[in-house]
Design a protein around this ligand. Sequence first.
Ligand SMILES: *Cc1c(COP(=O)(O)O)cnc(C)c1O
Length: 421
Amino acid sequence: MLNDSIQYHNGALFCDSVAVTEIIAQVGTPVYIYSLKRALHNLEQIRAAFHELNPHIHYSSKANSNLAILKSLIQSGAGIDAVSAGEIHRALLAGVSAENIVFAGVGKTPNEIAYALEQKVGWFNVENIAECQYINDAITAGKHAPAQIALRFNPEVTANTHPYISTGHGGAKFGLTAEAIRYLLAQQADYPNLKFTGIHLHIGSQLHDTDATRQAVQAALELIAPYPEIRTVNIGGGLPVAYKPDEQIPSFESFAETLTPLLKGYTVLLEPGRSIIADAGMLVGTVLYVKRQAGQIFYIADVSMAELIRTPLYNAHHEIVPVVLPESLPTIPQGEGNFLVNVVGPVCESSDVLGRSVPLPEMSPGAPLAILTAGAYGMVMASNYNQRPRPPEVVVSEDGQSWDIARRRETWDDMLSAENL
Ligand SMILES: *Cc1c(COP(=O)(O)O)cnc(C)c1O
């Protein structure tokens, strides 16, 4: 969606002070474009909203792990929430100090646990009773220092979000029940290498309900009340992002106002991903063909579910807009003079639809279009399906004036590089 960084000027779409047409003239399409300014602004907004708690903000790097993005968030003081050893490796390369990494994940392998211990990550967010045994034994075997553990609590609260991105309900694979946590804490002596000093919760993404979050945090605090050594509460990520112009979502401030009174006196960690990077990014493609068939209009573009799978996977909505507005149409899509079209990709799947019934002006082959709010869970989920090289990622600098190819377009050779020829 449009915001202070993603805007039209004289009918042309810009990322801060850079015209999208300038980037695609040099780089081609499809291409991801990110506003560093917007990402850093979002980080600051979250920090400001929660300032009374002075939280440690651990950017959830699975949302977008481009090194340029990681480096600049880390330089602005963010820690990292990693969900695999690969993410830890990448975050360290981007310059985070290991103590500012939290390592989460429902299925950490023995190799990942050993690597995280060697690197001395700050926290393990634990989701299994057996995981405690593994970590404890790996510390003994590797003669590592004791590890800080935050037990991930499944509060059995239903976050009012898409079932695929809700994680805090009783039937989900995530977290530990209150009973399992009490059991573990009663058996702490069995794990002499573990310091049980934190509680963690992450009840889902795109949280639309501050009250469900309040209930979950309250339940976590009641659970840890008998254990005075647990003074760290990691409240996870999930802060919502608007994907549609008329979408009403609770603000960062409303989450902060709800949670601050509960959490005063604790060390608080946050793990935002989407809310930092989603609206800082767009995916730009080009219309290849216009097809009128079965009473519908299809814009067949050079961008597909291989580059952005959120719509087929979650039925997610992304605004799609022309990069250059036609002169006869000074307003964008919602206005008169637009057609309802289906924007589809070239991939051999019926689900390769980026937008259904999208209001767009008449566009000819060669016209570029932008899929907005695509900075989170976009490139990180891209694949080589149909042997499509993954797109480049362009980052517009913090001052908004210049841009750089942070990751080049993949080549056919890149796609073959791991195979025996
Ligand atoms: C995915 C995830 C996050 C980030 O979620 P967002 O909705 O992107 O903010 C944070 N913490 C954990 C444990 C996660 O799995």
